[in-house]
Ligand binder design. Structure first.
Ligand code: ZN
Length: 315
């Protein structure tokens, strides 16, 4: 049984241009890759080249008319606002298809046991993207598309999504709000953008109890996050018994991040990673795919991703 950790990245992610002052800039990914190269870590990861997600996979989560309209607008406009704060350019549609495709390729790699787990260094991110609109720097919901792909193409029934980005993943919550086959767990600063994610929002109909929102006060530390894991997240995942775990790995709860007010360090992200790796070992033979969401201080992001990957490798 392999113990490799796969790494998914593509230079086309850099062609999603958002302008010089936008927080989701291409340097986020180049900083990560440079740091992994410098530390020698990149050579120890299994490289997997992503291909674009097929439209049929994207439209399990998104309205086909929205997908087509994004494609058309990217083909004809140089740069445009896809929603208030969410900028798109010529390269955005291809980058978004590849970002979702990276998650699918990571899933294939892990389910075929070529790697034990995987990290997808992608942009644009995904967890704010709604069924029919871009939002919060996100176009296609990479992790949500991955969850449906696991169910449809790998016959894995129960998928847990753990989202520790500092913002609530409104798009992911909405995609599975009435669905008991996907457990969505989110820690997020509250109140904060996007405003959703109250503790009493727990799902609806058959999905009641399969959304777990853990709002955290500004100024929360790694200790607070580990307590949330011990008291809430671990018991919920243990009850759910997932066949596969997906992580919406945002690193904007770092103390140096300009977009929020949490106090985590890269070591805290390593500790959180060890928690999810343990849960994956316990319930699903270690099968876990982690997907980059936010993280906007370049140094903090690169250091946190390095710590996260080392913990995925079991180092
Ligand atoms: Zn975020």
């Amino acid at each position: 049984m392999t113990t490799a950790t796969a790494f998914l990245y593509h230079p086309a992610f850099l062609k999603h241009h958002t302008g010089l002052k936008h927080p989701d800039r291409r340097q986020r990914l180049t900083a990560i890759v440079e740091r992994l190269k410098r530390s020698g870590l990149l050579d120890r990861l299994l490289p997997v080249e992503p291909t674009p997600a097929p439209i049929e996979a994207i439209t399990t989560i998104h309205d086909p008319a929205y997908v087509q309209s994004l494609k058309d607008r990217c083909a004809t406009l140089r740069v445009f606002e896809a929603s208030e704060d969410t900028i798109a350019s010529r390269g955005t549609y291809d980058a978004a298809c590849l970002a979702a495709g990276a998650v699918l390729a990571a899933i294939d790699t892990v389910t075929s046991q070529r790697a034990r787990n995987a990290f997808c260094a992608v942009r644009p991110p995904g967890h704010h993207a709604e069924r029919d609109r871009a939002m919060g720097f996100c176009f296609f919901n990479n992790v949500a598309i991955g969850a449906r792909y696991l169910q449809r193409c790998h016959s894995l029934k129960r998928i847990a999504i753990i989202d520790w980005d500092v913002h609530h993943g409104n798009g992911t919550e909405h995609a599975f709000y009435d669905d008991p086959s996907v457990l969505y767990v989110s820690t997020h600063q509250f109140p904060h953008y996007p405003g959703s994610g109250r503790a009493h929002d727990t799902g609806t109909g058959p999905g009641k109890g399969y959304t777990l929102n853990i709002p955290m006060a500004a100024g929360s530390t790694g200790t607070d996050y580990l307590q949330a894991f011990a008291h809430d997240i671990k018991p919920a995942v243990t009850r759910f018994k997932p066949d596969f775990i997906l992580v919406s790995a945002g690193f904007d709860a770092h103390r140096d991040d300009p977009m929020a007010s949490m106090l985590l360090t890269e070591n805290d992200f390593a500790a959180l990673t060890r928690q999810v790796v343990d849960l994956a070992e316990e319930h699903c033979s270690g099968r876990l795919v982690s997907v980059l969401e936010g993280g906007y201080c370049l140094d903090a992001l690169a250091a946190s991703v390095e710590a996260h990957i080392r913990a995925l490798m079991g180092a």
